[in-house]
Design a binder for this molecule. Sequence first.
Ligand code: MG
Length: 300
Amino acid sequence: MFLPEAVTIREVGPRDGLQAESRPWPTEAKVELINGLLRTGVRRLEVTSFVRPGAIPQLADAEAVLAAIDRVEGVRLSALVPNRTGMERAVRSGIHEASFFVAASEAFNQHNLRRSTEAALADAAAAAELGREHGLLLSGFVVTAFGCPYEGRVPPDAVLRVVEAYARLGVQSVYLGDTIGVAHPRQVYELARAVGDRFPELELGLHFHNTRGAALANVLAGLEAGVTVFDGAVGGLGGCPYATGATGNVATEDLVDMLEAMGVATGIDLDALLACARLAERHAGRQLSSHVLRAGKRPA
Ligand code: MG
C-alpha cells in the first residue's frame, strides 16, 4: 500500500469546534485548551475567526484569546478572515496565516455567508493584498466542496473555480471542506486528484466531518490521492452552525490513532492530545463524538 511517511495535521477545534457550541466558552477555557493543544506536537492550529463579532458570538473574543495564549516555536497559528477589516485585526493579533472562506455553491454563500460568491472573492482579494504586505501566509478554504444543503451535490468545476480564484490571490494552500458531512471516498479521491493535477503548486488539505461515519475512509482516500494535510478537531468538537444535523469534525485523536497505527507519522503525542480531548469534554459539558477518547489507546 502506498502511504506517505508523514502528514501534517491542522487542529481546528478552537475555531471550527467552538463556533458551533450553543453556549460560548469563557475566554479562559479556550486559552486553557489551546495552550494544551500547543504542547501536543501539533504544528498548525486554527485559533479563531475574524468575522464580525456579532456574526459568530462564540468567537467574539478573538483578540483576547490571541493575546492570552502561549506562543510556541514552530506552531503556525491561523484564523479565518472574511475581508479587509478582518485582515486588519488578523495583522494586529500576530497570527501567521490568514484563511479565506468561500463556498463552492452560490446558494450557501448567499444564505449563510450573506454575500455572493463573486463578492466573497472580491472581499478576499482586498484582504489578501493587506495580508501579503504584512508577510502573512494565506490559505483558502472551500466551503461545501463536496455537497451543499441547498444545492445538493456540488460539481467539481464549481470547486475548481474557487480554487483558481484563490490561486490568483496568491494563497499557498487550499483546503476542501465537507461542510455538511456528505463526502464519500471515491468523490474525495477524484476531487483531490482534480485539484492536485490542475494546481500542483498549491498545498492541498482536506477537512472532514464524521456525520455519516465516513470521515476516516475519506482521509484514506485523500492519502491515496497524494494529500498530506488534514484537519481535525480535538474530541470531535464542532459541526456546522449553518447545516442542520452536521455533527462534529473528525476527532484529531481518531485521525492520529489511525495514521500512527498505519506507520504514517503525525508528530502528535496521543496521550497529550487525549488529555486535551478530556478537557474539551469537561468544558463542553457533554460527551463528545471522539472514538479514541472512549476506546483508549491501542495495546502496544
Ligand atoms: Mg468543520
